[in-house]
Design a protein around this ligand. Structure first.
Ligand code: ADE
Length: 226
């Protein structure tokens, strides 16, 4: 998969996605990550990319043309273009699975008060990572790219690591334990110590339901509806 990010601050996205699993996926060529900076397409000698909002109000708005040119440099026919904004549809695991099936994603990161609304006509989708306001789209891009990258073939050691996990089934995952069997007087559930895979699967499934009911009853509710 290839992902390009249109951003005034490429290192805010590049640096966190250079470490650990995603960093290795990039080194192995499973994920190609590129950047396009609207500042490189600014038309005046001050390299201006933002301006005051029409109608007045606080803050600055990112101008359409430098973003458009930065987008045109990387987007091709068939690219899936996403604007990151708190006004977008809420990103979740289901969306991560959908995006992981695309060949080329382009993320547009807003900064300051936002982006000139007219840029939206060049996007396929607007996404938000949650009901809070970040300083810009960059941390949101990192979250989404991370969630998508780990679903790509060969990125995780065991491909099936993504099959039974939290959210894929619409439930929180059962608790995990490792050695020692007793730690500070707390014991690992007995069933996990024996080798009965059927019993273990049953325990995990009921533990997942219990946990979801206690911590995220809303997930059980939406699973029941779907
Ligand atoms: N930009 C600012 N806040 C954001 C959010 N919550 N999600 C996506 N992009 C954003």
């Amino acid at each position: 998969m290839r992902i390009d990010v249109v951003t005034l601050f490429p290192s805010m996205v590049d640096a966190p996605l250079s470490e650990s699993i995603v960093g290795r996926a990039r080194e192995a060529g499973r994920l190609k990550l590129g950047f396009s900076n609207p500042r490189d397409f600014a038309e005046d000698r001050h390299k201006t990319v933002d301006d005051k909002p029409y109608g007045g109000g606080t803050g600055m708005v990112m101008m359409a043309e430098p973003i458009y040119k930065a987008l045109k440099k990387v987007a091709k026919k068939g690219s899936h273009v996403i604007i990151l904004t708190p006004k977008g549809e809420r990103f979740d695991q289901r969306m991560a699975l959908k995006l992981a099936a695309k060949k080329h994603l382009v993320f547009i990161c807003g900064h300051y008060e936002g982006i000139d609304e007219r840029v939206n006509s060049f996007a396929d989708q607007e996404l938000s990572v949650g009901d809070y306001v970040l300083t810009g789209g960059e941390p949101a891009a990192v979250v989404i790219i991370d969630a998508v990258a780990r679903l790509l073939p060969g990125v995780l050691k065991k491909e099936d690591a993504t099959v039974n996990e939290t959210f894929t089934e619409g439930l929180l995952e059962a608790p995990h334990y490792t050695r020692p069997g007793v730690w500070r007087r707390m014991k690992v559930p007995e069933v996990l110590l024996g080798g009965n895979h059927k019993k273990i699967a049953e325990w995990r499934s009921s533990a997942a339901r219990d946990l979801t009911g206690r911590k995220r009853p809303d997930l059980l509710e939406s699973k029941r509806k779907s």
